[in-house]
Ligand binder design. Sequence first.
Ligand code: MLT
Length: 404
Amino acid sequence: MFKINENFLKLPGSYLFSTIGKKVTAFKEQNPEKKIISLGIGDVTQPLAPAIIETLHGAVDDMSNAETFKGYAPDLGYEFLRTTIAQNDYKDHGCDISADEIFVSDGAKCDSGNIQEIFSQENKIAVCDPVYPVYVDSNVMAGRTGIYDTKSEVWSNVIYMPCTAENNFAPQLPKETPDIIYLCFPNNPTGATVNKAQLQEWVDYANKVGAVIIYDAAYEAYISEEDVPHSIYECDGARTCAIELRSFSKNAGFTGVRLGFTVIPKELKAGDVSLHSLWARRHGTKYNGAPYIVQKAGTAVYSEAGKAQLKEQVAYYMNNAKLVYDGLKSAGYTVSGGVNAPYIWLQTPNKMKSWDFFDYLLENANVVGTPGSGFGPSGEGYFRLTAFGSYENTVEAMNRIKAL
Ligand code: MLT
């Protein structure tokens, strides 16, 4: 009889956003007349920018003609996109990253879940708490996290780095030495950031202890303050300790189009084995590349017109972020985030449990958010709202919350 990967059985419940989806569907069935506003999952609502649509149409036409038709994409990504990314996201910002260190993919969620495959099962991971659940769950599936304690909601073989109001939601260097450190800034879910000096400390630490940092920069387009780094490669020494994940979902609305990339500098090595070559081998074996039309659309993100249109789109969402932030403040909530990130992190009123507040908000304001405890034990007593709704829905949701 075949045997399953029993690590999957260790996972508590279902994926956070699936659980929320099920609860909302059940509520809708019981209350079909209610107009529910979702500020839960960080999914965009604005249509693709005109420059992207135009390039997409052109790429579709390419596929209709034998001369310009494309079959399998190169498994590491089309040169035209990798060169554009290297120039615009890195070289133009003084970061030493070349096109052949960029691996194009169908999104940062897959990359952040898959990247752990190139590391031994013996590695110990460190994560921020609260944390984007994919980092932990994918390591659970790989059997790297030990035993789950249902009471404290922690894994025995994971180093948790609490991010709370006391430390401004920025993790401290852990007491126990990790092998793999997951960092995400601007942060999902708290919306917090670190400045360049703080990030440099992490890079120095990783180089000192021989750890690798997996740096998720999916929300970098939302940075509005000067001293906040857009890439970990702005820090000295990051080429020998850091992998960076980027996404087109949040900066360009590609959540339904799917495009992202991972950067692995060639100097990043375990002994004399480069992680770059391992990830290239993995990518080549398990992946046939993001579609041509999507990679073509990705180039439009960097065109003059695309940049201008996306700047407006990000500003649109950040205006929502301000509405939520200011609205909650005026209603007496303790709030953070929303300045360099599309997420607003609030303390639940009267120390209400996160899931209780979820139910309360759904039932009384018909607004969906994300319970902080779904991101880890230190998220208990917190709640996340996103700025990715439409302006009208955001205003309406805030009016309803303020009226509670
Ligand atoms: C979130 O809501 O945390 C994100 O949308 C999840 C994701 O990007 O996969």
